[in-house]
Design a protein around this ligand. Structure first.
Ligand code: ADP
Ligand code: MG
Length: 697
């Protein structure tokens, strides 16, 4: 078998390929664009396009596409072939710099939230040279941003790049204050841990709820679930192992640093984590990872479920966004340093994050809001919908000492006067004990754990980057004017800790008492559902902040709000309609057949004239008949509520109606159906049960 190091990145037009296939002059200009955002000359673009095409064609490619991330949350592509007619009636393979830099897909079918007037259906895609082009099958994919003709972002990548730029700008101001002259830029890095379920394809095809909505809408609890905790880090079943092997190979060929894989808590649940990289690349890679997981699963007759809550009563799937800030010179700004000077800088960045998370809790919550994630957040395996931070005992001690101007009794007894302290290094295990916190410091990075498994990580990082940029801006404004820098910094940190310590919580986030304490005593925001939180994006403080850093324009924010709610509504409506359909067309007929069988059996037994009691048949038919009536009734009710919600044109109203009326009715229908399932013989139940789905691989 081939060595991984031989084929790693073989489908990527990466630095090595560029160096080998571009003239040194072109390579240097392109590098300047990639590293410093310098404008790209069309002659350079032409040369890059030519080299890309030659490389792609040599690898069997016939087409190219601009690859972008519209607000649907998945990726989009429109393929064009390289062929161009030549005068002799044949074709040549062509690809110009113009085609590389800009594309004009018909964008009218992508959600725009009213941004793109219908008469101007075109949007355009613009090359993002910082993310490498790659090959998918016979197609050269060029990572791009997607905008309307008026320049409004129609995708998730554009605001992400803008947020990285905003953070870079403000962090550079701070680094200057600390006298870091060599640093040219600051980037955020992300390593997203991705959870998913694998189930058998045959079974999947028998469940229309899974096929239409990605989750089970019915299903009684199996006798065995995750009670024994025997799946977590357990032995990986051979079929899954083959899948993982295949998946890793595909990811490695695309230069994706897939690193860790293991079973998760729930049966059939697994996790994959890559090695962290620059945020926009990590985002592209995570989108690709999700796509390839599904493709590779199909090859193994498996289905990869990325839904946040595919099974009730079993853990859902999330994504942990490990986030840090680092300089182009390789310094992690969230890593406590060796010297007092470095420590002061570390504490400033730490406080900037604390302030950002407290001030913009609502935006972080919004960034993970989907109908699917609402089912997971606050359930007992996931952080609550309330944002709080965990820093660990040691760091807490440091901040407390700093706030109260007291000595810090940590590993070493030290005075907390800034400029004189040497902070202890925080070993990972001393900081990572709390697994229930939505936002935890883990030694040299923060782990944001509220993301749903199917979320694009772009949104969370846009909000996080921009909120931190805002804290840094406020800090820089104050410190740049200071006469006594050290004194001002000391006051700034103390005031920040004191003003924002309410967001720090080291207890158990899964505990009910936390919700009460968070909301009533600390005044933190608790928005359990998408319809609650999303409209807050339009609150003045949020609009002001996001537009100030030019991450979103006001119309773009209105469009995001609209699209997120619209997506919520569509999702719940599909779920409700699927339930109605399955109850009527599958569950009720199945119950009828089973009851008929029981009734016939009882009648036949009676005919024997042997005085047989038939109590099982009689009791079961009686119970099932009552349940069937109830199912029919609840189905009618759900259908009525759904139809009523469907007539509402206002997404705000519709989303609340779906949450308050339709979802509870779905739950009621499910309960009676699950009850009926428990009483029905296996061969009569119309689709695979939880036990079969979860333990079928
Ligand atoms: P866990 O204990 O949560 O499973 P790991 O330490 O294995 O975590 O790391 C999880 C993820 O965090 C990986 O994707 C890893 O690459 C990423 N990670 C590690 N260090 C950093 C960092 N400095 N910045 C961003 N992500 C990081
Ligand atoms: Mg983790």
């Amino acid at each position: 078998m081939e060595k991984v190091s031989d084929y790693f990145g073989c489908f990527v037009f990466d630095d090595r390929v560029m160096k080998g296939n571009l003239s040194s002059e072109v390579y240097r200009s392109l590098k300047k664009t990639i590293d410093e955002g310098a404008k790209l000359d069309i002659s350079v673009a032409n040369a890059v396009a030519e080299a890309m095409k030659e490389w792609a064609v040599a690898h069997g490619a016939t087409h190219y596409t601009h690859w972008f991330q519209p607000m649907t949350g998945i990726t989009a592509e429109k393929h064009d072939s390289f062929i161009s007619p030549s005068p002799d009636g044949r074709v040549i393979m062509e690809f110009s710099g113009k085609e590389l830099i800009k594309g004009e897909p018909d964008a009218s079918s992508f959600p725009s939230g009213g941004l793109r007037a219908t008469f101007e259906a075109r949007g355009y895609t613009a090359w993002d040279p910082t993310s490498y082009a790659f090959l998918k099958g016979k197609t050269l994919c060029i990572p791009t941003a997607f905008c309307s003709y008026a320049g409004e972002a129609l995708d998730k990548k554009t605001p992400l790049l803008r947020s990285m730029e905003a953070l870079n700008r403000q962090a550079m101001r701070i680094l200057k204050l600390f006298g870091n002259e060599q640093v040219k830029c600051v980037r955020t890095c992300v390593g997203p841990e991705q959870e998913y379920f694998l189930i058998d394809e045959q079974m999947y095809r028998q469940r229309r709820d899974l096929m239409f909505t990605g989750r089970t809408l019915f299903g009684a609890k199996p006798p065995k679930g995750q009670q024994l905790d025997d799946h977590y880090f357990g032995v990986i079943p051979p079929r899954v192992e083959e899948f993982m092997e295949d998946l890793n190979q595909e990811l490695w060929k695309l230069g994706i640093l897939a690193k860790t894989e293991h079973n998760e808590v729930a049966p059939a649940q697994h996790e994959l984590a890559p090695i962290y990289t620059t945020t926009n690349i990590a985002t592209d890679h995570n989108q690709l990872t999700m796509e390839i997981m599904q493709k590779v699963a199909a090859r193994h007759h498996l289905v990869c479920l990325l839904h946040e809550k595919p099974f009730a009563g079993v853990n859902g799937s999330g994504k942990h966004n490990n986030w840090s800030l680092s300089t182009d010179t390789g310094i992690n700004l969230l890593s406590p340093g060796e010297t007092p000077h470095e420590n002061a800088q570390f504490l400033l960045f730490l406080c900037a994050v604390i302030q950002a998370v407290d001030d913009y809790q609502d935006l972080l919550r919004i960034s993970v809001a989907t109908a699917g994630n609402d089912l997971r957040l606050g359930a007992n395996e996931a952080p609550p919908a309330i944002v709080s931070m965990f820093l660990g005992e040691e760091l807490n001690g440091v901040l407390e000492a700093l706030e109260q101007d007291k000595p810090y009794h940590g590993a070493k007894k030290t005075n907390m006067k800034l400029g004189a302290v040497v902070l202890p290094k925080f070993p990972k295990d001393s900081t990572d004990r709390n697994r229930t916190s939505p936002f935890a410091f883990t030694g040299n990075k923060f782990e944001f754990r509220m993301l749903g498994s199917s979320n694009s990580i772009a949104c969370a990082n846009i909000m996080l980057n921009t909120a931190v940029a805002e804290s840094l801006r406020i800090f820089a404004d104050r410190l740049e004017g200071a006469e006594d820098f050290e004194g001002e910094l000391h006051d700034l940190l103390r005031e920040t800790i004191s003003a924002h310590k309410r967001i720090i919580f080291n207890g158990n986030g899964y505990d009910d008492s936390w919700v009460k304490e968070a909301v009533e005593e600390r005044g933190l925001t608790n928005d359990p559902t998408t319809p609650d939180c999303v409209p807050r994006i339009l609150e003045e403080k949020n609009m002001e902040m996001l537009t100030r850093h030019k991450v979103y324009s006001a119309p773009e924010l209105h469009s995001r709000c609209e699209i997120t709610l619209e997506n919520y509504c569509k999702t719940v409506l599909i779920e409700a309609n699927t339930m109605v359909d399955m109850a009527r067309k599958e569950i009720l007929p199945a119950l009828q057949s089973y009851m008929l069988c029981l009734a016939k059996t009882a009648a036949a037994k009676k005919n024997l004239d042997a005085g047989i009691a038939c109590s099982f048949e009689r009791d079961t038919v009686t119970a099932l008949s009552a349940l069937a009536d109830e199912i029919a009734e609840k189905t009618e009710e759900l259908e009525g509520a759904t139809e009523d919600a469907e007539t509402k044109n206002d997404v705000y109203l519709q989303s609340r109606l779906l949450r308050d009326v339709v979802r509870p009715k779905m739950e009621q229908l499910r309960q009676v159906c699950d009850e009926a399932e428990k009483k029905t013989a296996k061969q009569y139940w119309p689709f695979p049960t939880y036990g079969e789905l979860l333990f079928g691989v």
